[in-house]
Design a protein around this ligand. Structure first.
Ligand SMILES: Cc1ncc(COP(=O)(O)O)c(C=O)c1O
Length: 343
């Protein structure tokens, strides 16, 4: 078997020949001196796209989120988030280690927490013996919930709640591009309800590395200082920023094709009695489904033997993600392999 169909993540894409050409030809300079013209161009383009005053290129989505949380908080503060969120489950406990803060996770539905759920958890200002609530965090689309979209109506009421209590609002928009093409709501409209946003260039959009954080000028000035302190100052990084810019300019609209492929796969999986899937959660490019006749480990192994790579979703479930490097043929072959393994 020399070629796997790799549905483990939308991060597994390889830069296309055109993207590589753009990278090879990128003008570069020392970005720690702010002298990399390609990074400067990417940050300007991203800030405009996101409707924010300024943006900063960072090495990863985790660093993007953690810089934003650090800027918004002081040690001993608390951040409210959804219990399946990436910052709570998949960022190595770094809010505690890097910023001395704690997270307060609240169980949501398809990744969404409502103001009615959140308000009772906001700590009273007078309670000096409690942590101080500082930030409400939202993830859109929501990875662990299966690529679900956070409804804009709920974002607006969460924003009102945060404003009522003087809290900061942070958006983990690693896949905000997917939410935007699925709903026709611009990324700027989504970002307008938050003080900060972190979004990935290396998921779905096909760039090999990098994320963008955006906010107002004062926020980014501070974020620039924190990025350096976290070891994220980079030098002639225009080489990879060029791929990020290429991805933003060329690969956003086509995400709709990934969503169509995910829906197609979900419908087939739904009809197979050996699986359980919640079709209402398949809103973008992620599918989470339970194998009923094999364990998750057995299913992963047997699919791999046939040339299909899947990953683990929530406990007891499989995850498949469609992306730029998954063709129509790959979808057909995936359907064939799943049928063979599960019948
Ligand atoms: C929702 C979400 N936020 C943040 C990240 C972190 O991105 P990175 O892997 O670039 O650090 C991911 C990665 O999958 C993610 O899914």
């Amino acid at each position: 078997m020399n070629k796997f169909i790799d549905l483990r993540s939308d991060t597994v894409t390889k830069p296309s020949p055109e993207m590589r050409k753009t990278m090879a030809e990128a003008e570069v300079g020392d970005d720690v001196f702010k002298e990399d013209p390609t990074v400067n161009k990417l940050e300007k383009f991203a800030a405009e796209l996101l409707g924010k005053e300024a943006a900063l290129y960072v090495p990863s989505g985790v660093m993007g989120n953690q810089i934003c949380l650090n800027v918004h908080t002081q040690p001993t503060d608390e951040v409210i988030c959804e219990s399946d969120s990436h910052i709570f489950n998949y960022e190595s406990g770094s809010p505690a280690a890097l910023s001395g803060i704690q997270l307060l996770p609240i169980n949501g539905k398809q990744g969404v927490i409502t103001p009615e759920q959140v308000e009772p958890f906001i700590r009273p200002k007078s309670a000096y013996y409690m942590p101080r609530t500082k930030v409400i965090e939202v993830e859109n689309t929501h990875n662990r919930a299966g690529g679900t979209i956070h409804p804009i109506e709920n974002i607006i009421v969460l924003e009102k709640l945060a404003d009522k209590y003087g809290l900061k609002k942070h958006l983990d928009g690693a896949r905000i591009w997917n939410a935007s093409v699925a709903t026709n709501i611009s990324v700027a409209e989504y970002a307008s309800h938050f003080d900060s946003i972190s979004c990935c260039l290396s998921k779905g959009l096909g760039a090999p590395v990098g994320s963008i954080i955006a906010g107002d000028k004062d926020f980014i000035t501070e974020a620039y200082r924190v990025r350096k302190s976290f070891g994220g100052g980079m030098r002639q990084v225009g080489i990879i920023a060029a791929a990020g810019l290429y991805a933003l300019e060329n690969n956003r609209e086509r995400l709709i094709e990934d969503h169509e492929k995910a829906k197609m796969l979900a419908n087939v999986i739904d009809k197979n009695p050996n699986f359980k899937i919640d079709l209402s959660a398949v809103q973008t490019n992620i599918l989470i489904f339970e194998p009923l006749t094999l364990s998750v480990d057995e299913a992963l192994e047997k699919c791999k033997e046939k040339g299909l790579l899947l990953s683990v979703g929530r406990v007891g479930s499989l995850r498949a993600i469609t992306h730029l490097d998954v063709s129509d043929e790959d979808v057909k072959e995936t359907i064939r392999i799943l049928k063979e393994v599960f019948e």
